[in-house]
Design a protein around this ligand. Structure first.
Ligand SMILES: Nc1ncnc2c1ncn2[C@@H]1O[C@H](COP(=O)(O)OP(=O)(O)O)[C@@H](O)[C@H]1O
Ligand SMILES: [Mg+2]
Length: 345
């Protein structure tokens, strides 16, 4: 029943050493202030044909993980499997073709001096996707796939709106026939009115092309109706992962609860006013001891300040890295949350 995931990462870490002097790095290797732990043991798998949302606050490490998956950054340690086989550190042309990235900002990700037709042609020829005689027809097919017409071939990026540019960026990613798309906040830079049409496009591509998609967002609301599963990231770690409906109905990590409760709702009745997320995320230079979420967690006990919890199964297809996961419902009724400014710790 369990199919091999198309991508799997295990215990991935990424540390940036910010003190650029080589000598300083050698002599002060363990200096906490110069080592930034962007990823601190990430376990995650992307299943065939699914849209998996990766959600977390800004700075939690989402883009770093996205870059490692597409091969534009190398992890400090950890494993990365593609279709069950270890991905070579230096990917060949074919391996890099199969995993494509769509970036947040379609303005800076497209070259303003190259027409859409030339851009697609270059890729189709470079990767030998179709014979030269079919390049034009293939380019039109790609444009149609993303909801654009043939006349876009002659045009330049500046002639399009933000949403259309993101469609072009998606067509470019699809040109080399990937089986995996990594979309790093692809709607965050777009007008709210346009966001829904691009989300719809991702759903269509998943359905019609069978693509496996990792969809990065900082906001859970964006992915609620798009993804089949959600992985929640906090300070360089996945802290909860579940099927989307299950995650919203039965969140088993206090951080996920806070994210859900921060979604604005039409009806005031359904808002759980009990839980507010205090303050800024702590610094990845200095990850808190114990559970990394404990300084902001209204449910933190003494054990949470000393035990660094691993992801554990809490329900079918549902994992949480919280030692109090099973108690959360009762705790919600009995423990008053901390508010900014309170010093309950
Ligand atoms: N090239 C880099 N050099 C140093 N620090 C970086 C670099 N890229 C990202 N970081 C740091 O790593 C952490 C995670 O960043 P990022 O992956 O961009 O998070 P997100 O995409 O979730 O906002 C942040 O603290 C960020 O400042
Ligand atoms: Mg990012």
């Amino acid at each position: 029943m369990t199919e091999t995931p198309v991508l799997r990462v295990a215990d991935i870490t990424k540390t940036y050493h910010l003190n650029t002097s080589v000598l300083a790095r050698i002599t002060r290797k363990d200096d906490k202030q110069s080592s930034l732990h962007a990823l601190d043991g990430v376990d995650l798998q992307l299943n065939k044909g699914e849209i998996l949302a990766l959600v977390g606050e800004s700075g939690s490490g989402k883009s770093t993980l996205a870059k490692i998956l597409v091969g534009s950054a190398t992890p400090t340690s950890g494993e990365l499997d593609y279709h069950g086989e270890p991905m070579p550190l230096h990917r060949n042309k074919d391996a890099s073709r199969r995993i494509q990235m769509v970036f947040q900002d379609p303005y800076s990700s497209l070259n303003p001096r190259i027409s859409i037709g030339s851009m697609l042609k270059e890729l189709l020829v470079l990767h030998n996707i179709v014979p030269k005689s079919e390049v034009r027809a293939e380019s039109i097919r790609l444009l149609n796939l993303v909801g654009l017409e043939e006349d876009a071939l002659q045009a330049y990026p500046s002639q399009f709106s933000g949403g259309q540019r993101q469609r072009i960026a998606i067509a470019r990613a699809l040109a080399v026939r990937p089986d995996i798309l990594i979309a790093d906040e692809p709607v965050s830079a777009l007008d709210v009115s346009v966001q829904a049409t691009i989300l719809e496009l991702f759903a269509t591509l998943q359905r019609d092309l069978g693509l496996s998609i990792l969809f990065v967002a900082h906001n859970l609301a964006v992915v609620q109706h798009l993804s089949q599963r959600v992985a929640v990231m906090y300070l360089g770690r996945i802290v909860e992962v579940a099927e989307t409906e299950e995650l919203f109905r039965n969140p088993r990590h206090p951080y996920t609860r806070a994210l859900i409760d921060s979604i604005p709702r039409m009806s005031a009745e359904s808002v759980n006013e009990e839980f507010f997320l205090d303050g800024e995320p702590p610094s990845p230079f200095n990850i808190p001891a114990g559970c990394r979420f404990n300084p902001r967690c209204p449910y933190a006990s003494d054990a949470c300040r000393t035990t660094d919890p691993a992801l554990e199964t809490v329900a079918p297809q549902h994992e949480s890295a919280c030692i109090r996961a099973s108690e959360l419902d009762t705790l919600a009724l009995t423990i008053k949350p901390r508010r900014t400014g309170n010093t309950a710790a």
